[in-house]
Design a protein around this ligand. Structure first.
Ligand code: GA4
Length: 333
């Protein structure tokens, strides 16, 4: 007789505690295993002892702080955000909105140059801070991806990182600034709504998954980030400026044939302090074909996704709403 295993009863608290924190200085094979487990269970984890010098992070944070502190009219000179530059509240092209301001930059310095004069009074210093940060987080991204490949026992250990290291990689950098609650309530001072704002969380950046391969996020010490577990429960991620948050993106879910989960996440904007996050999106070049790796496919686990180019996927992503499940369109039924 088969005795059904009891459904584990897990409280919200234990789940919040369960967010994996992986120490990259530990034994390589252990780290590789932990990364695979976290990518399967959550599509999300934090890394500590990551090797990114604090000086590099601090310099970019300071550039971001100075930019977002500028008067609105000055910031608008660095807009619009499409393809790259300053954006305020509008996200994408299909009507999504959030309580945030942001700078969207390409990882290729060639694309950054045009707007840095409007972003900073010292454009060379700004460009330098951006380039140094991108280089450091790109290395971290590639290290995590190599470890993931090792943990998956795939033949080519740089099958993922090679895509990010490509000179034509379409990786992006995004600085998100979530204004403090004070500013939000200034816009709508009704006492009834004021109370509502404090209790009901306002959305800074709505629920979504990232289309790319891997996302690496660093924030200041202000809370707001939440991830969704497989059962749909939202879990707050405690902020820690000294660690990095890693998110599996849609392209990595497709390449692992659904073994890794592209995690849905969002940012709340209900803090009394401004939240600043710096987010690197590791992406392949536009003409790269994305499809499940041969090692991830077997008669028992047939291919779940049709092959697509990154350019095709990006086009589909930009014609979708933020919260859409974009990978579903590429599923083999
Ligand atoms: C989510 C991940 C990155 O921030 C981003 C976002 C992009 C945008 O803000 O313009 C998108 C969003 C993101 C996914 C679906 C589309 C495109 C807004 C949107 C509605 C820069 C990206 O690459 O995709």
């Amino acid at each position: 007789m088969v005795v059904p295993s009891p459904t584990p009863v897990r409280s919200k608290k234990t789940k919040a505690v369960g967010i994996p924190i992986i120490d990259l200085s530990r034994d390589r094979s252990i780290v590789a295993e932990l990364i695979v487990k976290a990518c399967e269970d959550y599509g999300f984890f934090k890394v500590i002892n990551h090797g990114v010098p604090n000086e590099i992070t601090a310099r970019l944070e300071e550039e971001g702080r100075q930019f977002f502190a500028k008067p609105a009219l000055e910031k608008q000179q660095a807009g619009p955000p499409s393809p790259f530059g300053y954006g305020c509240k509008n996200i994408g092209f299909n009507g999504d909105m959030g309580e945030l301001e942001y700078l969207l930059l390409h990882s290729n310095p060639h694309f950054i140059s045009d707007k840095s004069k409007a972003i900073s009074n010292d454009p060379t210093k700004f460009r330098c801070a951006v380039n140094d940060y991108i280089q450091a987080v790109r290395d971290l991204t590639c290290e995590v991806l190599d470890l993931a490949a090792e943990g998956l026992w795939v033949r080519d250990k740089s099958v993922f990182s090679g895509l990010i290291r490509d000179v034509h990689s379409d990786s992006l950098l995004r600085l998100n600034y979530y204004p403090p609650l004070k500013e939000i309530t200034d816009w709508d001072p009704s006492p009834k709504l004021l109370h509502h704002h404090c209790t009901n969380k306002r959305i800074g950046f709505g629920e979504h998954s990232d289309p790319q391969i891997l996302t690496v996020l660093r924030s200041n010490d202000v809370a707001g980030l939440q991830i969704s577990l497989r059962d749909g429960l939202w879990v707050s991620v405690p902020p820690d400026p000294s660690d990095f948050c890693i998110f599996v993106g849609d392209a990595l879910q497709a390449m692992t044939n659904g073994r890794f989960l592209s995690v849905r996440h969002r940012a709340l904007a209900n803090s009394i302090k401004p939240r600043l996050s710096m987010v690197y999106f590791g992406a392949p070049s536009l003409n790269t074909w994305i499809s499940p790796l041969p090692e991830m496919v077997s008669p028992q686990q047939p291919s779940l996704y049709k092959p697509f180019t990154w350019s095709e996927y990006k086009k589909a992503a930009y014609s979708s709403r933020l919260g859409d499940s974009r990978l579903d369109r590429f599923k083999i039924h």
